[in-house]
Design a protein around this ligand. Structure first.
Ligand code: FE
Ligand code: FE
Ligand code: MG
Length: 166
């Protein structure tokens, strides 16, 4: 922990650490939801969907990396056990029980919308008190916004393809 780095934080660090650990749990669940979704997904445009889901999985993992690094900088402990993930997360884990492309896309769009809401609130909370965390959250939020749009546009293409000639 860097002493001066923690000193300049003008908000309750323990509360911030709790919120960052909740976001870290979200990222691991999002990572796995994309990763396993890419393995099991079936249906039209499967290859394009697999490519996007796989890329998003790696991007969620990079978010987990950014958040855990920040938790350690602030003197906290990143959540140590996967048992905790579903207990402390903000966003629900949606298992791709139905592997049909459209269903998997919809589940992940819902996940991104939850992530956008969560990070947008974290931005408001950190704006004044912790510009370093704010900057990290802003980077992540920009990517979640991109993820939502990527998936929505794939879903739109899928719907256009399926309605051809009707
Ligand atoms: Fe993420
Ligand atoms: Fe995302
Ligand atoms: Mg993408």
């Amino acid at each position: 922990m860097g002493q001066k780095g923690r000193e300049i934080v003008k908000m309750n660090v323990d509360e911030l650490l709790t919120l960052l650990n909740k976001a870290l749990a979200d990222e691991w669940l999002a990572y796995y939801q994309y990763w396993i979704g890419a393995k099991v997904v079936k249906g039209p445009m499967k290859d394009a969907v697999i490519a996007e889901l796989t890329l998003h999985a790696t991007e969620e993992l990079s978010h987990a990396e950014l958040i855990s690094t920040r938790i350690i900088q602030l003197g906290g402990t990143p959540v140590l056990s996967p048992d905790e993930w579903t207990k402390i997360s903000n966003c629900a884990y949606d298992a791709p029980v139905n592997p049909y492309v459209e269903v998997v896309l919809e589940q992940n769009i819902k996940g991104e919308q939850c992530a956008i809401k969560t990070y947008s609130e974290l931005l408001d909370i950190t704006r004044e008190g912790d510009p370093v965390t704010y900057n990290i959250i802003l980077t992540i939020l920009s990517q979640e916004v991109e993820h939502e749009e990527d998936l929505s546009s794939l879903k739109e293409d899928l719907e256009l393809m399926l309605s051809r000639g009707k």
